[in-house]
Write a protein that binds this ligand. Structure first.
Ligand SMILES: [Zn+2]
Length: 288
């Protein structure tokens, strides 16, 4: 009888061991640096020749490993607190954001246009492009605009690469921006808005707030006229809007004067994303 009891205990022990292993593997899998499936990653040979990327990769390995020990609920809370979709609906504030630059054919005119209207915006720049034209990023920043992180290579979708590579992309772009402006960025926008828990975890762990948007008029769409596109945008825009435009978009430069003038006449004020976040927090605190 006692002999049978021992067998039973042994079998139960092995079942628990098996279940425990499955849970651990699943948990580790989320942040695995050596996940064989996703290791097929888009690590192109030229990335490995790029000193900025290689140095960021080393740093990313140290950053990501401690995340494995964090519990999921804490992570989800942190990601939620560091993801921004729109500002307060109580104030007539709007943030213009320009992704994918700096582009030599567009960025200088964008900066001049914003200066002409005495407003500031936020530029989410791509690391490799910033390295080619650092003076453009310097110009944007010197004019009072904010510079945010839009990854080093603009890989899309970002969800298709492992977390360590997402971290590498963000760290490398952050380093490039800091080397140009002297200030480390703290706002991050994933290419194409592709976002999931892994990306949110990495961005949050690296000290970033992820910035999404409320309005995407499609300023790259050549099949539609600038006037129609601007009208659509003007009909939709509300308090606290974050408008997604592109440095180098087909309609960007053409739509801005009408957009800015009309919205200013409606009483809107243009601010950077950081200012929009601050104002929204002030509002939330005041209404408590
Ligand atoms: Zn982009």
């Amino acid at each position: 009888m006692r002999f049978r009891g021992c067998w039973l205990l042994l079998i139960l022990f092995f079942i628990f061991l098996l279940l425990g292993s499955v849970v651990c593997i699943r948990h580790f899998h989320r942040f695995s640096l050596f996940d064989p499936d996703r290791q097929v990653a888009k690590v192109l040979p030229e990335y490995l020749q790029d000193e900025h990327w290689v140095s960021a990769r080393r740093e990313s390995e140290q950053t990501i490993m401690p995340l494995i020990t964090r519990d999921r609920k804490t992570l989800q809370r942190e990601i939620k607190a560091h993801t921004f979709y729109r500002g307060s609906t109580e104030k007539k504030l709007i943030a213009l954001t320009f992704d994918d630059g700096p582009h030599p054919d567009c960025a200088p005119q964008l900066v001049a246009l914003l200066q002409q209207f005495h407003i500031h915006a936020t530029f989410f720049v791509v690391g490799t492009l910033a390295l080619k034209n650092p003076q453009l990023v310097r110009q944007e920043y010197a004019a009072g605009n904010e510079i945010g992180n839009h990854t080093y290579h603009h890989i899309q979708p970002l969800k298709s690469i492992p977390e360590w590579e997402v971290a590498t992309e963000i760290i490398a772009d952050g380093e490039v921006i800091k080397s140009i402006t002297g200030v480390a960025p703290h706002l991050f926008r994933p290419p194409g808005g592709g976002f999931n828990e892994g990306i949110g975890t990495v961005a949050t762990a690296l000290g970033y707030t992820t910035i999404m948007w409320t309005d995407d008029p499609g300023d790259f769409d050549a099949s539609i006229s600038t006037a129609i596109l601007t009208d659509r945008l003007l009909q939709r825009v509300r308090n606290g809007a974050v408008i997604l435009l592109h440095d180098g978009g087909t309609h960007t430069l053409a739509l801005l004067p009408n957009l800015i003038t009309t919205l200013q006449h409606r009483g809107y004020q243009f601010v950077t994303v950081d200012e929009l976040i601050q104002q929204s927090r002030t509002n939330a605190t005041a209404s408590r």
